[in-house]
Design a protein around this ligand. Structure first.
Ligand SMILES: O=c1ccn([C@@H]2O[C@H](COP(=O)(O)O)[C@@H](O)[C@H]2O)c(=O)[nH]1
Length: 281
């Protein structure tokens, strides 16, 4: 199961995930100058970051919006990056946050679990209900997994996710829907390939969420650029596993902090982040 592989990668490399939210603006000018094509520069930037961090990152999360925004050429870089990552046995999370009616969701599942954009796990928005999720579950036995948005890291997450719908909060209702599928798909370490996105940006429900969302592995964004702290991350991990903490901008732009080559700076920042998180556990 993909979630067992992710658990083992965390054991080996630590609970950190490199976010490839690569904007052209992030590429240092001196590096950009070496290329006649912006898209080649974009891929080569990603490649250097990957090469410099893959031995200490349990997985990579690639944010599709940054590539979609560049049109067809951008999506070719997305495809090339995910293929490169997977060819080197890295676990890849496609941050696609999709949601739609059943038949359309089937197409999204095919688009991201097969073919040019194939990744290992994808993020999904559950707020259209279970039929928007089901087509993705059909890929669980093909070594794929999902992370469902439960409590996101943005300030407006409280507008809906933590509201009460009857006796339970909306995010608890999401868990209730998923529970039977989680329980019937538990891996070797007690986690299911149906995971949850839970941000680490200081919020009241963190301990509650960790305790109640049994069997769910967490994708934890919000660390670094959004101000998430090690104390918040600690509440969401279980003895240093059970989740991966993503950082994107703080890693990609680390060269502004360390005055080093961008890929060396990225490595330095990832190591710093990993040590900081592990020191809190
Ligand atoms: O709740 C969520 C869900 C997803 N994200 C995504 O994670 C990264 C965060 O980037 P940083 O630069 O480390 O802030 C980005 O791709 C978001 O789309 C999130 O932030 N919060």
């Amino acid at each position: 199961m993909i979630i067992d592989k992710l658990y083992e990668a965390v054991e080996k490399k630590g609970p950190v995930c490199v976010g490839l939210d690569t904007s052209i603006d992030y590429i240092p000018k001196d590096f950009l100058k070496k290329f006649t094509s912006l898209y080649d520069a974009l891929f080569e930037f990603n490649k250097r970051i990957i090469d410099a961090t893959e031995d200490i990152a349990s997985c990579f999360k690639i944010q599709i919006a940054y590539y979609e925004a560049l049109g067809i050429e951008g999506m070719k870089v997305y495809s090339k990056t995910v293929k490169y990552l997977r060819s080197r046995e890295n676990i890849v999370i496609g941050d696609i946050k999709r949601s739609d009616i059943l038949d359309t969701a089937k197409m999204y599942a095919k688009a991201h679990f097969e073919g040019d954009f194939e990744v290992d796990l994808v993020t999904l928005n559950p707020y259209m209900g279970m039929d928007s999720i089901i087509p993705f579950l059909e890929y669980l036995d093909k070594d794929k997994g999902i992370f469902v948005l439960v409590k996101t890291s943005n300030p407006s997450s409280k507008d809906l996710q933590t509201l009460y719908a009857g006796e339970k909060r909306v995010f608890e209702r999401v868990y209730d829907f998923l529970k039977p599928y989680i329980e019937s798909n538990l891996g070797r370490y007690g986690y299911s390939p149906i995971g949850a996105v839970v941000g680490c940006t200081n919020f009241d429900e963190a301990e509650d969420i960790r305790k109640n969302l049994k069997g769910m592995f967490f994708l934890i964004p919000g660390y670094g650029a959004q101000g998430g702290k090690k104390e918040d991350v600690k509440k969401l991990l279980m003895d240093g596993n059970g989740g991966v903490v993503n950082s994107s901008r703080a890693i990609l732009l680390a060269y502004k902090k360390y005055d080093d080559e961008f890929f060396l700076a990225a490595r330095k920042e990832l190591l710093r982040m990993k040590e900081e998180i592990l020191s809190a556990i």
